[in-house]
Ligand binder design. Structure first.
Ligand code: AP5
Ligand code: MG
Length: 209
């Protein structure tokens, strides 16, 4: 099964994808993570992506679509995957339809008022784990691997505002796009812990698998 994870910044796409990947044996492909790995590695793609990400804008479609198109040809992507953060506008969705089959679009719906606090309070570890400061009790290391926690470069109030604008202008129209195709599944991601949201998603997914 090939799933698209849709949701505003901070909706919980990454959090849910980690849990879903394990339970349903699906590959988790995050375009944001791919760009951050390129920035860390100092590649040309990373240099280009950084300027857009720091401004809360979308990295150009041509670059992003080529990356995803290539990634989906790898052997590990032949048995089902979740695309976290792609597509992010109607053009990308149209391109994706040319090189992949989308079975389901899982839309995580969260009240916009919750998002700023979630994102600005987020601390992440290089291993992929993420936390909220309110649950860390002053700890600065990862409970899973002991790595040092840090704040993502784009998790500051100014960039988050721009990311939210980008989401509402360019990404939210995809909700209708997938609804019209009969592929949309919307879950409420603003009430309940990550585990509770996960349980809600599993109930719905189990009906469709
Ligand atoms: P990306 O990395 O995809 O960021 P995003 O979409 O802004 O989303 P986030 O990763 O911030 O949030 P999330 O939904 O994953 O939430 P999380 O689970 O971490 O993209 C970054 C940038 O890359 C873009 O701005 C763009 O520039 C570029 N880019 C990426 N894809 C692109 C594309 N296709 N085209 C062009 N450019 C692209 O959760 C957030 C926080 O909330 C965490 O602290 C978590 O612990 C907490 N939390 C999660 N669930 C709950 C819950 N139920 N209750 C309480 N707290 C919760
Ligand atoms: Mg994410």
């Amino acid at each position: 099964m090939n799933i698209i994870l849709l949701g505003a910044p901070g909706a919980g796409k990454g959090t849910q994808a980690s849990m879903l990947a394990e339970k349903y044996n699906l590959l988790h492909i995050s375009t944001g993570d791919i760009f951050r790995a390129n920035i860390k590695g100092g590649t040309e793609i990373g240099k280009l992506a950084k300027s857009y990400m720091d401004a809360g804008l979308l990295v150009p479609d041509s670059v992003t679509c080529d990356i995803v198109k290539d990634r989906l040809t790898w052997e590990d992507a032949q048995h089902g995957y979740m695309l976290d953060g792609f597509p992010r506008n109607l053009y990308q969705a149209g391109e994706l339809d040319k090189f992949a089959t989308v079975d389901l679009c899982l839309n995580i719906d969260v009240d916009v008022n919750l998002l700023m606090d979630r994102i600005c309070g987020r601390r992440v570890c290089a291993c992929g784990e993420s936390y909220h400061v309110s649950t860390l009790n002053g700890k600065t290391t990862c409970a899973k691997c002991g790595g040092e926690l840090y704040r993502r470069a784009d998790d500051n109030p100014e960039t988050v505002k721009a990311r939210l604008n980008t989401y509402f202008e360019q990404t939210a129209p995809l909700i209708d796009y997938y609804k019209k195709q009969g592929k949309l599944l919307t879950v409420r991601g603003g009430k309940g812990s990550p585990n509770e949201v996960f349980a809600q998603i599993c109930v719905e997914l189990d009906k469709r698998i």
